[in-house]
Write a protein that binds this ligand. Structure first.
Ligand code: SF4
Length: 732
């Protein structure tokens, strides 16, 4: 059992965090106030962390204070321009709601309270608990949930400790099905940043991908470039997104029926002979079986399923064929929708294969990377037990750890108990579906440590909260990206942390030393680590510090430029028919499965991104909240009128399991179908320490009580929830 009789959510407030007089945080602030700032303007290159895209940036200081952040023109990701979130990064540094010093949950005079402690006290406590868990249950009983490059050193400490249970929501709650679908087809996944040659595409197909609202800087810039060059855009989405406004063909599909459309598109291309026959003949495996399987899925068959006119299906398929091989069907990113997501992604991969665009300009290029060797650490101990998340390999094509599999094992203690969680930079209450299961798992822990910059919901459940410095105040690992061209980028401190916050590399190293794992950290400061790796690559750290980026020589990225043609699938070819899937008991060619309908009178709940926020992480950033401080629910205008609602009215949403949302404003619009509603993800915070975000908008995550598991890879499909709309007046 944990130290507390029953773990509960405690609200962290800045007042609680400042409870101990003369703490490290207070001292640091006082020292800073008396320090003389350097006069004039300085500029320091780094890379952004407001989302995971890692755009190269230049931060400007004026008289020692942060002034502005711009894109680094030498950086191939940002190309000298940041997205609105990156520009607003200063708000992360000045955020008054930040965590300021390590906090521990303790019983004070019989009541649970947050108590500010020193770093030594916090890390000693964590190391002691980790040793106890290791002695009783084995090192594998500690799990790490981590998001972004900042977690690299914690992962290193975890591996040195002997735990293989390291997971990121980016797999099972986001891009995992896509990578599995593409691996099964081409033998390689799409990677991140995606290897999509958007800027050279002559026809770009977006299926539920709202580029522009989903602000991945490079992709959005390339999208704009493609449009400027006259690319034809086809958008499939139940909601008329910003991208749809650029489309030649907009297909307002019935949610959950994308596979029917994809099969019909492929049917048109094959029956009309509009696919790349030479590519398929040379590089395809099982094409005749594939063609036979899809022969009955005509546009007329797809019409009642998808709601898309057969002639629109035909016309859009012919438009795609006209531009091949420079036709790119974007694989998407957050694709955990309906439970058949890996097969839908495989259908998208097959559609791309029909255009012969793999390795071709305007399709999928071959990413390259700078050769920067890793640090020569001692070998990690070999865990004596397999990862806990996928017992018996029940999801045979999962190639990364399944977060919700760790959660399930924490509840069931099978195949073995998980007794400690470290949660780094991910608010699990907004990232994972079904928050009741997350709470149930947390109740079973002996230790929960949260590392974050803000007092998020997950932090309120922790035993220990460790405040991280924001990206503008810290070093992180070198960014050696797989991209169009090789490069290495540096994140370095631009300004000091205002209180007692620390960088993650420091925490990971200090903890390792306290655990007796100091041999895994032969370097004392991360700059020694950088020097070592860069020297091994023949690169100069001084140059990297000065410019923020070192670019390598351009390399071939297309077949036509000399990239050897190979498909690392079992057949060595593009698998139109998958024997691996057949042998594992799955459909070797994707099939359509009609989605389950919701209760009468309900609407399918769809959610997405906004260009000025990242997940639920940016809602205490005053600059970004000034641009968008709440979300709205979008019902169709006719639906709203029938319900007597208009834009600006306040409502609550109730899901199929009776969960009621916060109050949320209505945006009645023609831009969405009548059978669904839409909201931006990440709002509706319940953590009171997030003062500026608390109670603003409604949380989609709270309404996502149901999820379907992808049988191929364990992803959790979340677009399977339904809501009714209740006027706020009904709730007083
Ligand atoms: S896409 Fe925007 S938020 Fe993300 S790293 Fe780039 S500039 Fe920063």
């Amino acid at each position: 059992m944990n130290d507390l009789s029953r773990r509960r959510f405690l609200k962290i407030s800045t007042a609680a965090a400042g409870a101990v007089a003369a703490s490290g945080a207070v001292l640091k602030a006082a020292q800073r106030a008396t320090r003389k700032p350097s006069a004039g303007i300085q500029n320091i290159p780094t890379y952004c962390d407001i989302c995971f895209w890692k755009c190269g940036a230049i931060a400007y200081l004026k008289d020692g204070e942060l002034w502005k952040i711009e894109g680094n023109p030498d950086d191939p990701l940002s190309r000298g321009r940041l997205c609105p979130r990156g520009t607003g990064g200063i708000g992360a540094h000045t955020d008054p709601d930040r965590l300021r010093a390590p906090l521990m949950k303790k019983s004070v005079r019989g009541a649970e309270e947050w108590v500010e402690v020193t770093w030594d006290e916090a890390l000693n406590f964590i190391a002691k608990k980790m040793r106890e868990i290791k002695a009783k249950h084995g090192p594998e009983s500690m799990a790490l949930f981590s998001h972004g490059i900042g977690g690299n050193f914690l992962k290193h400490t975890f591996k040195a400790f002997g735990s293989p249970n390291i997971a990121a929501p980016s797999f099972a709650q986001c891009r995992g099905p896509r990578d599995v679908g593409f691996r099964l087809t081409f033998g390689e996944d799409v990677s991140s940043p995606e290897r999509t040659d958007i800027k050279n595409a002559q026809c770009l197909v977006l299926i539920g991908s709202h580029l522009g609202e989903n602000m991945h800087n490079t992709q959005v810039q390339e999208f704009a470039e493609a449009i400027e060059k006259g690319a034809s855009v086809i958008v499939v989405d139940p909601r008329f997104s910003i991208a749809a406004s650029k489309a030649k063909y907009y297909l307002p599909i019935k949610p959950g029926t994308d596979n029917a459309l994809l099969l019909a598109w492929m049917n048109v291309l094959v029956t009309e002979g509009r696919y790349d026959k030479e590519f398929v003949q040379k590089h395809g495996f099982g094409f005749p079986q594939f063609a036979a399987e899809i022969s009955s899925f005509t546009p007329e068959w797809a019409y009642p399923e998808t709601g898309i006119d057969p002639e629109l299906i035909r016309a859009s398929a012919r438009e795609m064929a006209k531009h091949r091989p420079a036709t790119l069907v974007h694989p998407g990113r957050h694709v955990t929708w309906y439970g058949d997501d890996a097969q839908r992604s495989r259908a998208i991969a097959l559609l791309n294969a029909l255009f012969g665009n793999w390795g071709r300009k305007g399709g999928f290029y071959f990413p390259v990377s700078m050769d920067v060797p890793g640090y020569p650490y001692p070998a990690y101990p070999k865990p004596t037990r397999e990862k806990v998340d996928n017992p018996g390999h029940r999801y045979p094509f999962a190639h990364e750890t399944i977060t919700t599999g760790i959660r399930e094992a924490t509840i069931s203690e099978k195949p073995y108990p998980i007794k400690g969680w470290f949660v780094y930079a991910t608010n699990l209450f907004h990232a994972l579906p079904n928050e009741a299961e997350t709470i149930q798992a947390i109740q079973n822990l002996d230790l929960l440590v949260v590392i974050d910059v803000i007092p998020s919901e997950i932090a309120g459940w922790a035993d220990v909260v460790l405040p991280e410095s924001v990206y503008l105040e810290r070093h992180d690992d070198l960014n050696v990206e797989w991209f169009r061209e090789p490069f290495v980028a540096l994140r370095q401190p631009v300004i000091e942390a205002p209180h007692d916050q620390k960088p993650n590399w420091w925490m990971a190293r200090e903890l390792a030393i306290k655990l007796g794992l100091g041999a895994y950290y032969p370097w004392k400061h991360i700059e020694e680590y950088f020097e070592h790796r860069l020297n091994a690559a023949g690169l100069s750290y001084a140059e990297l510090k000065k410019n923020g980026i070192i670019r390598g020589a351009k390399q071939p990225i297309y077949f036509d430029e000399g990239v050897p043609i190979q498909f690392p699938t079992p057949s060595g070819k593009v698998e139109f028919f998958s024997l691996q899937l057949q042998q594992a008991g799955f459909d070797p060619v994707p099939k359509y499965r009609r989605p389950a309908a919701g209760p009468p009178g309900s609407f399918r709940l769809l959610y997405g991104r906004a260009p000025v926020h990242s997940f639920s992480r940016t809602h205490t950033n005053r600059i970004l909240m000034d641009m968008m401080d709440t979300n709205e629910v979008w019902p169709n205008a006719d639906v709203a009128m029938r319900m007597g609602l208009k834009s600006g009215d306040r409502v609550r949403l109730r899901n199929q399991d009776g969960i009621l949302s916060n109050s949320i404003r209505v945006k009645a619009t023609e831009r969405i179908r009548t059978d669904c509603v839409y909201m931006v993800h990440g709002f509706g915070h319940t953590a009171k320490g997030m003062r500026f975000a608390f109670g603003k908008g409604a949380s989609d995550a709270q309404l996502i009580t149901r999820y379907e598991i992808d049988p191929l890879m364990g992803g959790t499909a979340m677009n399977v929830n339904f809501v009714t709309i209740e006027p706020e007046t009904a709730h007083g």
